[in-house]
Design a protein around this ligand. Sequence first.
Ligand SMILES: NC(=O)c1ccc[n+]([C@@H]2O[C@H](COP(=O)([O-])OP(=O)(O)OC[C@H]3O[C@@H](n4cnc5c(N)ncnc54)[C@H](O)[C@@H]3O)[C@@H](O)[C@H]2O)c1
Ligand SMILES: [Zn+2]
Ligand SMILES: [Zn+2]
Length: 361
Amino acid sequence: MPQHVQGVIAPGRNEPVRVETIVIPDPGPGEAVVKIQACGVCHTDLHYKQGAINDEFPFLLGHEAAGIVESVGEGVTDVTPGDFVILNWRAVCGTCRACERGRPWYCFDTHNAKQRMTLLDGTELSPALGIGAFAEKTLVASGQCTKVDPAVAPEVAGLLGCGVMAGIGAAINTGNVGRGDTVAVIGCGGVGDAAIVGSRLAGAAKIIAVDIDDRKLETARTMGATHTVNSRSTDAVEAIRELTGGFGADVVIEAVGRPETYAQAFYARDLAGTVVLVGVPTPEMKLELPLLDVFGRGGALKSSWYGDCLPSRDFPMLVDLHQQGRIDLAAFVTETIGLDDVEKAFARMHEGDVLRSVVVL
Ligand SMILES: NC(=O)c1ccc[n+]([C@@H]2O[C@H](COP(=O)([O-])OP(=O)(O)OC[C@H]3O[C@@H](n4cnc5c(N)ncnc54)[C@H](O)[C@@H]3O)[C@@H](O)[C@H]2O)c1
Ligand SMILES: [Zn+2]
Ligand SMILES: [Zn+2]
């Protein structure tokens, strides 16, 4: 029997989000219904609401979530009802060219639920990143459920489902930060701070946090930044070079998603250093760089989707490290809120007041 639950939808471009009744079908083959316990508010949800991702309104927002598997469809063997899971938005197929070449984090054919969730009048919803978890329950592909130690608090675990994983992975997977490296992180929201946590975990010697908001820089220090630069008042490229003996950082992680901050990252790295773009640009943005500089500065220009993570490998590991006290994921939770408060949480995100507001159900 299809179920009716409450969920937060973005009805149209830049229209305020609202709580609506959502119809959840029974899980079909390869699908699972998950009872959501917590879901973080990520900048990408705001991008959806603004129409910056695509035009497939109405969206069922929320994609940074943890919960309990309630029911599974035919043929599902990887999870069973009662499992505590983090939802992931790249359930790899295992058979595409990328998967077969042993690089599943580049999978071209990631899985989502085949059936659609709808409004009461039958309007089909587009779940954000194939998840849609600002809701009491959601329908996903079973491969989007990654089992982790249920001893971790759901509001902490859920963060690994997107921003925190994206940031930590940008450092340890994409950037391949190693012991003794110098790292600069431009943009210290949830994703940038997670890149700082990842860099520290990987043994970076110097971690330079760059933001235009002093409050963000203060938090970045508590996360492990060794130096901070306010790029509103100081030239970020010069400051990073000065702090790295004139060379630039080995790895610069851009966690804003804008051409000007990307250009800063490009010039703030050491010759043959690595730039990691984890911030998500909007469709109208353009980047212009002298091609001779791209050639002459060498190194690697990489983008990082979801921190190049493999959920089955990385989520349980990071939960373990958190439980052992080796990383502090709880520090990312600024506030817990209800389903009704998502619009307010967007405003607070816009004002720079929060790292993560987390909806708790
Ligand atoms: N690649 C991925 O898989 C992935 C996953 C999740 C989020 N993201 C993206 O990462 C980005 C950051 O997400 P978030 O949740 O941390 O957002 P956020 O709003 O919490 O943080 C953005 C930070 O950037 C700072 N900032 C803004 N303009 C700046 C500038 N010109 N120079 C320096 N700092 C500046 C802000 O003060 C803020 O601290 C977004 O673009 C989001 O869509 C990417
Ligand atoms: Zn694949
Ligand atoms: Zn996200």
